[in-house]
Ligand binder design. Structure first.
Ligand SMILES: Cc1cc2nc3c(=O)[nH]c(=O)nc-3n(C[C@H](O)[C@H](O)[C@H](O)COP(=O)(O)O)c2cc1C
Length: 187
């Protein structure tokens, strides 16, 4: 029943502070990620953990990549620079697409990686940490600049940035959803 409690109480928390999970705690969290369902056991997952000053390096990459798409004034540059500092840890979630397996299309490998990301969210929640999955223009396939900065390979796709830390606020109240609005029975 503990599992159900964890599943039902998870919320995305955007206000996150130190401390971030320890190395030992993250060992467990990544083990949970590696239990994602995975067609043909391709293991299409890759996670890059970013903490401390490396977050400023990520900020620089965000800024430089944005400059390649649009003009940036100083105010906006400052705003982008602050983005990776919203939490003490960021996990970049990457799907390493294997194009040589016709029975496991790209979409299935992305689905498996998204399941791994959800396992990370749940494992962190179970350990009392907060997490927020973000994408935006920094994880689109178009953002070759960021891919280069993260030393990704050409078949690697960034599915998102998981912002991780200690919740600074109580879990937000969210509307309760009813199963009947989402489930039908086919006879
Ligand atoms: C693939 C994916 C990408 C997301 N990208 C963003 C994002 O860029 N910015 C944002 O505010 N929320 C984003 N979200 C939504 C939040 O992570 C979160 O799920 C949402 O605020 C709902 O909160 P809940 O998870 O507590 O229901 C994304 C969610 C997913 C699954």
């Amino acid at each position: 029943m503990e599992t159900m409690k964890t599943l039902l109480s998870r919320r995305s928390i955007s206000k996150l502070t130190s401390p971030h999970p320890s190395k030992d705690e993250m060992e467990d969290v990544y083990q949970a990620a590696l239990r994602a369902p995975d067609h043909s056991w391709l293991r299409p997952w890759k996670f890059i953990e970013i903490t401390g000053d490396s977050r400023n390096k990520l900020a620089k990459a965000f800024i430089e990549s944005t400059k390649r798409l649009e003009d940036l004034d100083q105010e906006r540059e400052n705003k982008i620079a602050a983005l990776p500092l919203r939490s003490p840890m960021i996990i970049v979630v990457i799907a390493k697409i294997n194009h040589e397996k016709p029975n496991v299309p790209r979409l299935e490998q992305i689905q498996s990686t998204a399941a791994a990301a959800q396992n990370i969210l749940l494992a962190l929640h179970d350990k009392g940490y907060g997490c927020y999955w973000r994408t935006g223009k920094y994880s689109s396939e178009r953002n070759k600049y960021i891919s280069n900065e993260l030393a990704l390979e050409s078949n690697d796709e960034v599915l998102g940035y998981l912002y991780v830390g200690t919740p600074e606020v109580d879990a937000p109240k969210i509307p309760e959803l009813e199963n009947k609005d989402f489930v039908t029975y086919w006879n």
